[in-house]
Design a protein around this ligand. Sequence first.
Ligand SMILES: O=c1ccn([C@@H]2O[C@H](COP(=O)(O)O)[C@@H](O)[C@H]2O)c(=O)[nH]1
Length: 279
Amino acid sequence: MTKQQLFEQITQKNSYLCVGLDTDIKKIPSHLLKEKDPIFEFNRQIIDATAQFAVAYKPNIAFYEALGAKGWESLQKTIEYIPEECFTIADAKRGDIGNTSSLYARTFFDKSSSGLDFDSVTVAPYMGSDSVIPFLEFEGKWVILLALTSNDGGDDFQQLLVNSEESEIKNLYQQVILTSQKWADSERMMYVVGATKADKLLKIREIAPEHFLLVPGIGAQGGSLEEVSKYGMNKQCGLLVNSSRAIIYASSGDDFAKVAAQEAQLVQEEMAKYLQMYL
Ligand SMILES: O=c1ccn([C@@H]2O[C@H](COP(=O)(O)O)[C@@H](O)[C@H]2O)c(=O)[nH]1
């Protein structure tokens, strides 16, 4: 999916919501456990209920890998089920020496090899250019690079000051954003910025005005959608704001999909307001 197609989706649905499919076998309603593939059945109903309010879906790969071969099968069925118009994110946080990264890229992008055909994958930048570039060799696919993550521990490294030769002293996450712009432009690269760090968005927009940002951390982690939208939105919206637990586990009863839809709709309606105010 191109950046323009993503923006068109956002304007059509009046939403920049990404629903996180962090589907935990221990948390899904017990009546689903009698299904042949409970994880897929849960995802199917969540997707049916939320697709009119969401422009993207983000399965967190850990929840599927933890179940072994069965988990991969549920993931594959889920990706095939997500409506064509929605952007898909493999939240896998990969990255390794070049030849290994190439295989990670095949895992998520090459359907003929792995059965999976995501639009994008999250990548950790710590190993640098040759660990990220193999993901960009797949035409039309996106890299979403971890920049400023939503967790407290992110500050252990990401906010440290670095003194590079070519520019003034910067925080490490800012250097990640600047250096990685040499590898791909805003048509192929996004950055992860936690909603819990929304006060840094104005600065981030100075160095990445055109890029889409994947913003996890509203809902269960308490980040503010209003602040994210106010400080992070650009002229093509430039935001995909993720919520996982607050939507998919809003109810643990038989009505889980209906309640998930209500939660997704509440977020979408708030987003519609911000699109009108800040776009
Ligand atoms: O900085 C980051 C990067 C990724 N995540 C992931 O997003 C979701 C958030 O789930 P919630 O239930 O909405 O809190 C989850 O998959 C994380 O691994 C993040 O939270 N922060």
